[in-house]
Design a protein around this ligand. Structure first.
Ligand code: FES
Length: 121
């Protein structure tokens, strides 16, 4: 069993089983439905790390981040919204393009081949 924990200082209240590892795209994001909202899940093959965030871009409130381009800025994994290219850290949720915007990010672990997202709220 392999567990990959992404740093988060928030208290996880539920590990949401988002799906099987093999059903997620490599080096891209995908939206998953969680209750009445959507989360975005990303897999970076270079580092073999998973990240999750809200799918809603806080700029113009588009459900879009899962379709954004992913990459890294130094050690910082990031996603750029496909609409206006606002870029967010997938670790801290901070906007890296200088705007007063922020997204929620979540811990991810892989357990028995299942991608689990650490819901914090
Ligand atoms: S809606 Fe995402 S950057 Fe504008």
């Amino acid at each position: 069993m392999s567990i990959e924990l992404i740093e988060s200082d928030k208290q996880v209240i539920e590990w949401f089983a988002a799906g099987k590892v093999e059903d997620f795209p490599v080096d891209a994001g995908v939206a998953v439905k969680y209750k009445d909202t959507q989360l975005a899940v990303f897999y970076f093959s270079d580092s073999n790390k998973w990240y999750a965030s809200q799918n809603l871009c806080p700029h113009k409130l588009e459900m879009a981040l899962s379709r954004g381009l992913i990459g890294s800025e130094g050690e910082e994994p990031k996603v750029a919204c496909p609409f206006h290219k606002k870029t967010f850290s997938l670790k801290t949720g901070a906007c890296l393009s200088g705007d007063e915007l922020e997204i929620s990010t979540y811990a991810v672990k892989i357990e028995d081949g299942i991608v689990k997202i650490g819901i914090t709220e």
